[in-house]
Design a protein around this ligand. Structure first.
Ligand SMILES: [Zn+2]
Length: 108
């Protein structure tokens, strides 16, 4: 288990978790229950956190979340890098792992 994201918004945490699930990454939201007693807790105790269950998914999850935070809707299908075999989200132009260009390999 590894924490990949934290936010003061439970809704946003769940959104991130759902997106990760769409990319076949097992993830859970933690700390959400603390919001019921928000106000009695230090704010740092009230953050909602997204954890990936498998550490191997961490870098992939981190990249997806970074992409979402950058304001991008995730468009297109996931694609698999022909060089290193890593999964990439649809709107990545280059592989997050090895920077290999996706467009070069597109077979249309
Ligand atoms: Zn690659």
């Amino acid at each position: 288990m590894k924490r990949v994201y934290s936010t003061e918004s439970v809704a946003l945490a769940w959104h991130m978790r759902n997106v990760l699930e769409q990319h076949h990454i097992d993830a859970v939201v933690k700390n959400e229950q603390l919001f019921s007693i928000a106000g009695e807790m230090p704010i740092t105790e009230c953050l909602a956190e997204v954890w990936v269950k498998h550490n191997l998914d961490f870098r992939h999850a981190e990249n997806i979340i970074r992409e979402i935070e950058a304001g991008g809707e995730i468009e297109g299908e996931d694609w698999k890098c022909v060089r290193c075999g890593e999964q990439n989200v649809g709107n990545f132009a280059v592989c997050w792992n090895c920077q290999h260009s996706h467009d070069e390999e597109r077979e249309d």
